[in-house]
Design a protein around this ligand. Sequence first.
Ligand code: GLN
Length: 556
Amino acid sequence: MTKHIFVTGGVVSSLGKGLTAASLALLLQRRGYRVRMQKLDPYLNVDPGTMSPYQHGEVYVTIDGAETDLDLGHYERFTGTYCTRVSNYTTGRIYSDVISREREGGYLGKTVQVIPHITDEIKKAIRSLDSDDVDIAITEIGGTAGDIESLPFLEAIRQYRQEIGRKNGLFVHITLVPYIKAAGELKTKPSQQSVGILRTIGIIPDILICRCERQMKEDHKEKLALFCNVDKNLVIEETDVAHSIYEVPIELAKQDVDVYVMEMLNLHVTPLEMDDWKQMVDKLIHPGNGEIEIAVVGKYISLRDSYKSIYESLTHGGIASNVKVNVRMVESEEIEKKGAEALLAGVSGILVPGGFGNRGIEGKIQTIRYARENNVPFFGICLGMQCSVMEFARNVCGMKGANSTEFNEKTAYPVIDLMEEQKNVTKKGGTMRLGTYPCRLMEGTKAQKAYGVLNISERHRHRFEFNNNYSKQVEEKGMILSGVSPDGKLVEIIELKDHPWFVACQFHPEFQSTPLKAHPLFRDFIAAALKCSAKGKRHKRDNDLTRNASKPKNRK
Ligand code: GLN
């Protein structure tokens, strides 16, 4: 029987609930249990696919093509397991299923209500994780206790645990213990009140995980235990980690949270195997090869969550090359105003990520030109690949104004065009080319060298594609179409012949990278950037030496 853990959040959002849930999952997995994760989001969109990254951060795409919450990225990166369509439900999706069923006559004769019909549908979503090959399912409820819209979800998990019993279900509440500077104190009151809110709806947390800036004292824990009805050893402290989110599971393990979970769920307490994880974290904190700087040039730069998986994947590439990767976040519109050289000089590599819409496109093209002409290692992803083709067509093949029909339908050179299958699509939600598709690599290319195999599969989220009418022209000028769909119709990867490392792909490799195994393209991109930066430094040092060598003579 699958056991269930329900994770709720208290006081404020952005506590890193997803990270904590993923860390707990990792610990249980490293105790030999098979864990599956799920996020229930109380908002009304059927999925986050139609939301701006500014609203919601990155849209994470699962292997089976669901557009989901970015917390699923943490789940996958921490546990190395795949999420699917059943790993993320929203209020919108739950209601839309119930309402369609009502229209089909599925509730004939009945009044359809939040309780029991919506809550039953939520319980069905939770139950969809039950399986012979899942020992523990962790369900995170989005939002904060007290939000009106999360009430049906909280009622559903209350009922669920009541039905499966205490030995099979647990409530974990992640809450904030703020530090009040003026008083010089940590305060437990908001957490007490948050647990109070849960209690009014019949949920008493079994474990309290307290997010805090500073370490808690024993009396804080005692107070929380007493007023929240939680055993003192189950008041767990999660202080901000010093270096990396990948330290969180190690910190939680020190307080035996996973052991308590196993005990409460009547599971054997098996040994914890975290050596490789600890080594990885150690490598991350003490990189032998110093630091490099990578520019990420996009249009949603001001919100860090917009490119969450990209930033994580760059870190993974850094772990593989033993180097700390610092990211210089650059707004592509700023490049349009100030020029590429002004904002990109000195970086060891440049990445242009995915995106939609016209804003900042010309800045991305200038960026790509800068990377191509200055031999700066370059990695383009999705829109980043499409812009690379546009740049090459314009500036190398002489196709003036070459563009994507997403931005200019009347361009004389539509080098990027709407995919055939998209031409009759009018609705926006869930209608892109989504999820995993196979791709065939060309032998001897940088892409093939990175993967080490000829056939790969990667996750997609786009409507536009490389226009094959231009393949000959770009190939003649030195662009290699190094990855294509098995039928040869869709170009999935391009690269440049005479460049240290210029690779761009139509898919999203950032969804398949983990700290223990960097995605091959991110790994090789960072390796190329490191190589270039070492060369740059050597070159600089040589110049300095030459200058210094001549100085004393002159001075004398
Ligand atoms: N806007 C482009 C398309 O729809 C790129 C999408 C993306 O970068 N995810 O094809």
